[in-house]
Ligand binder design. Structure first.
Ligand code: SF4
Length: 318
C-alpha cells in the first residue's frame, strides 16, 4: 500500500505530522516533487480560470501522483477551532479533486478537520489510520509522536525568530501563506532572493498560530479566515521590532485581497511591499521591486520618513 501526498496547499501545514504518522504506522508514501513548470501547467489545464494559483498548483501535483500510488491524501479543513472559518477552497478541495479526476480512477484518502462538527485533529488522524487498516491504539501512538515533533518544530522556529530580532541587520517580516512562500514555482524565488541579501528574514508563519491569533484581536474581532488572522497577529506582534513587511499573496485569492487591503490601510509607519504572484515566467520585475523596497528601508533606518511611535492607524477597530 502506497499513499501519495500532493505537495501543495495544506501539505505545508501538515507535512511533518503526516509523514511522521505514516512512518510510525509503517505505511509507504510518496510526496510529489517541487512544483515546476510542467506540474504548474498540468494544474492550469485542469482548473477553472477563476481558481487561485495554489489550487491550480495542487491539481498539478495530484495529476503527477496518479498511477504512482494506491491512495492520494487530500485534506479538507473547515474549522481549526470551534469558532473559526477557513477559506472555502480548503473546504472544497476533496470534492474538486474527485470531480476533476473522476475518470482517472483515483482513490482519495480523506483527511477532514472540522472542530465545529467534532472532527478534531486527533480524531482525523485516528480516522486516517482506520482507513489504512490500523488499530486505534496504533494510530493514537503515531499521532502523539507526530504532534510532539510538530510542537518541537514550532518552539524551535519561535526561538529562532527571537534570536533574529536581536540582530543589527535590517529585519524583514515575510507575510504569506506557506504554500505561497515555499512553493518552488510561486513564492520561493522571493524567499531565496531575500536570503541572499544581507537582511534578517522572519517568517510570519513561524509564529505559533494560536498565539498569533491572540495578537490579531488588537485589530479585528471579525476577520473570519484563521490563517489570515494569524498572519495579521504576527505583524502586530513583531511590528515594533522590524524594519519592513513584505506581503505575498497569489492571484485570485479572495481572503488575501481583503485581509491585505486591511493591513495596508491599518498598519502605519512601517514600509510594506505588497506582492501578488501568479505563474510568472520571469523574476526580473519582482527583483526590481524587492531591491527598491530594501533601498527604502535603508533610507528609513538612516532617519527617513516614518514616525515609529504610532503603530496603528488611529481609526476604529475593524
Ligand atoms: S486562501 Fe487564497 S490562495 Fe489560499 S486557497 Fe484560499 S483562495 Fe487560494
Amino acid at each position: 500500500m502506497r499513499v501519495g501526498i500532493p505537495r501543495g496547499l495544506l501539505y505545508y501545514e501538515f507535512a511533518l505530522m503526516w509523514t511522521t504518522f505514516l512512518d510510525e504506522l509503517g505505511v509507504e508514501y510518496i510526496i510529489s516533487p517541487e512544483t515546476d513548470k510542467e506540474i504548474y501547467q498540468k494544474g492550469v489545464n485542469h482548473a477553472m480560470d477563476e481558481s487561485c494559483l495554489p489550487l491550480k498548483v495542487f491539481l498539478g501535483h495530484v495529476e503527477f501522483l496518479i498511477g504512482k500510488c494506491d491512495y492520494i491524501l487530500v485534506p479538507r479543513m473547515e474549522t481549526l477551532g470551534y469558532y473559526d472559518r477557513m477559506c472555502t477552497r480548503y473546504q472544497a478541495t476533496i470534492d474538486l479533486v474527485a470531480n476533476t479526476f473522476r475518470e482517472e480512477g483515483l482513490t482519495i484518502l480523506p483527511f477532514n478537520i472540522n472542530y465545529s462538527e467534532g472532527e478534531s485533529e486527533r480524531k482525523s488522524f485516528i480516522k486516517l489510520g482506520k482507513f489504512l487498516g490500523k488499530r486505534k491504539s496504533q494510530s493514537i501512538l503515531a499521532y502523539r509522536k507526530a504532534k510532539h515533533l510538530r510542537n518541537d518544530a514550532i518552539s524551535n522556529q519561535e526561538k529562532k525568530m527571537e534570536d533574529k530580532l536581536s540582530s543589527d541587520k535590517v529585519k524583514i517580516l515575510l507575510v504569506g501563506h506557506k504554500y505561497n512562500v515555499f512553493d518552488a514555482y510561486s513564492g520561493s524565488m522571493i524567499l531565496n532572493y531575500l536570503k541572499e541579501m544581507d537582511v534578517e528574514l522572519l517568517l510570519a508563519t513561524d509564529m505559533d498560530g494560536k498565539k498569533a491569533d491572540f495578537y490579531a484581536k488588537e485589530l479585528t474581532d471579525t476577520m473570519p479566515w484563521t490563517f489570515n488572522r494569524q498572519l495579521l497577529g504576527a505583524i502586530l506582534k513583531f511590528k515594533p521590532k522590524i524594519d519592513g513587511i513584505i506581503l505575498i499573496s497569489s492571484f485570485n485569492c479572495g481572503p488575501d485581497s481583503m485581509a491585505n487591503e486591511m493591513i495596508l490601510r491599518k498598519i502605519k509607519n512601517v514600509p510594506i511591499l505588497n506582492l501578488v504572484i501568479d505563474g510568472q515566467e520571469g523574476v526580473g520585475g519582482l527583483e526590481t521591486r524587492l531591491e527598491s523596497f530594501l533601498d527604502i528601508i535603508l533610507f528609513q533606518k538612516e532617519g527617513g520618513l516614518f514616525d515609529r511611535k504610532s503603530d496603528i492607524s488611529p481609526d476604529r477597530k475593524l
